[in-house]
Design a protein around this ligand. Structure first.
Ligand SMILES: Cc1cc2nc3c(=O)[nH]c(=O)nc-3n(C[C@H](O)[C@H](O)[C@H](O)COP(=O)(O)O)c2cc1C
Length: 424
């Protein structure tokens, strides 16, 4: 049975461990049209995950700090910018967007100034509606508009959107031209290799994109039928790169900085795109950037491995950002309606549910590497609101901290005794 296009696909099918290649690293920058992206790393669009809070959280987590333990990174390089070069919205239905009222649209296309450069992703199959929506995206101030030709979800494919379109190249050409004519901002497409192994179209599609004036192609190197099974077939990223001059962004199964460099080495792609690893290891972009910077300076790439204390700060920061975002939305709503009406109350309850839902979802991705993470997950899953989740996180790490201090005290005593015995 095929898997659904949900968070369930977070698991990896027997992941391959790559060694860091000696000569390659992720490029320091690349350009999509007139938009310069540095470094050449992209946070993949993920429905239900990459909302404004998650995007900003990843951008911040990707920032180098001056306290970095990586000795050889120069201050200038390390503190300049986030290690995540480009972020993208979750996919948005072009049909929905073009029908929505202005206020609702704003909610779907919410982003903050510090998110630039940012791309908005659309899906749909009607050329006019897609062109209209691309204009809306441009008017909303996005730097790039992206078309989704990869989503395997039945609901999306049934309307011929996402990977459904991969079976209809003539319609894709009409859509490409309609969107290209509608906007002046860079226009990109994210594709899968094709519908099935019998119908692989990625190279043809990349050439078509170039011909129609698109500015870059991102390839998730699997077919629609693959779902998320097996290994991403990076050789198809290499084949697309060979076939076109516009930038090719490689995507699929990058879990470590080693994998990212190995993908560049194997495919010569212009940039790497990372999806499922980001919520499991929000430091992945920083680690890639540290590797890139240290390699440039010393010829040997290194990167920081987060400690448990860092994990605590990470989870706490993200959850606090979710709670703050709700408070902001509520304040905006209160400003719109002086009195909280019945529908306002319902909206508030919904927002609270969404917030706790996101916390639970993130906890299930992120706490796998934390010792005792299953106990924390259980506590988070039993919490009823954002405050209760934050308390659970606080208490969990507090207990861990105390346990670690006790261990350390024990060890110190032991080593003092040993020292004393040695002196004696
Ligand atoms: C929960 C989830 C939601 C996704 N949503 C989208 C989406 O909205 N648009 C899209 O183009 N791809 C979407 N994808 C696919 C990812 O962008 C990416 O192509 C895929 O996960 C492979 O990359 P990875 O191996 O780095 O995870 C989604 C993937 C996951 C796991």
């Amino acid at each position: 049975m095929k898997k659904r296009y949900t968070l369930e696909q977070k698991r990896w099918d027997s992941p391959v461990e790559h060694a860091m290649p000696e000569h390659s690293r992720v490029p320091a920058s690349f350009s999509i049209g007139n938009v310069n992206i540095a470094p050449a790393t992209v946070l993949a669009p993920m429905a239900g995950v990459t909302d404004t809070v998650f995007r900003r959280f990843i951008k911040n987590a990707s920032q180098f700090t001056s306290t970095s333990t990586t000795a050889d990174v120069s201050q200038e390089t390390s503190n300049q910018q986030s290690g995540c070069g480009l972020i993208m919205t979750e996919f948005t239905s072009a049909d929905g967007l073009s029908r929505m009222r202005e206020t609702k649209r704003k909610r779907y296309l919410t982003y903050y100034d510090d998110e630039h450069p940012i791309a908005a992703q659309l899906f749909g199959s009607n050329p006019e509606t897609l062109a209209d929506s691309a204009r809306i995206v441009q008017d909303a101030g996005f730097d790039i508009v992206d078309l989704n030709l990869g989503c395997p979800a039945k609901r999306v494919v049934a309307c011929n959107g996402g990977s459904g379109l991969l079976r209809d190249l003539p319609l894709i050409e009409i859509i490409f031209r309609a969107i290209r004519a509608a906007v002046t901002i860079p226009f990109t497409v994210k594709i899968r290799m094709g519908w099935s192994d019998q119908h692989i179209v990625c190279v043809e599609l990349a050439k078509l994109a170039e011909e129609c004036g698109l500015d870059a192609v991102a390839l998730h190197a699997r077919t629609r039928e693959d779902g998320y099974t097996g290994q991403a077939r990076w050789e198809y990223i290499a084949a697309c790169k060979d076939a076109v001059k516009i930038p090719v962004i490689g995507n699929g199964d990058i879990r470590t900085p080693e994998d990212a460099a190995a993908m560049v080495e194997a495919t010569h792609c212009d940039a790497v795109m990372i999806g499922r690893t980001a919520p499991a290891n929000p430091w992945i972009f920083r680690q890639i950037a540290q590797y890139t910077a240290t390699k440039e300076v010393t010829g040997k790439g290194t990167y920081d491995i987060p400690a448990n204390e860092d994990r605590y700060h990470m989870i706490r920061t993200y959850f606090q950002m979710l709670v703050d975002e709700i408070a902001l939305e509520e304040a905006a709503e209160a400003a719109r309606a002086a009195a909280i009406t019945a529908s306002g109350q319902i909206a508030r309850e919904q927002r609270n549910r969404d917030c706790v839902g996101k916390m639970k979802q993130f906890a299930s991705w992120f706490t796998h590497g934390v010792p005792g993470g299953s106990a924390l997950r259980k506590q988070i899953f039993e919490s009823k609101n954002g405050g209760a989740v934050l308390d659970a996180v606080e208490q969990f790490f507090e207990r861990r901290h105390e346990a670690a201090l006790e261990d350390m005290a024990g060890e110190n005593e032991a080593s003092l005794e040993a020292l004393a015995a040695g002196c004696g």
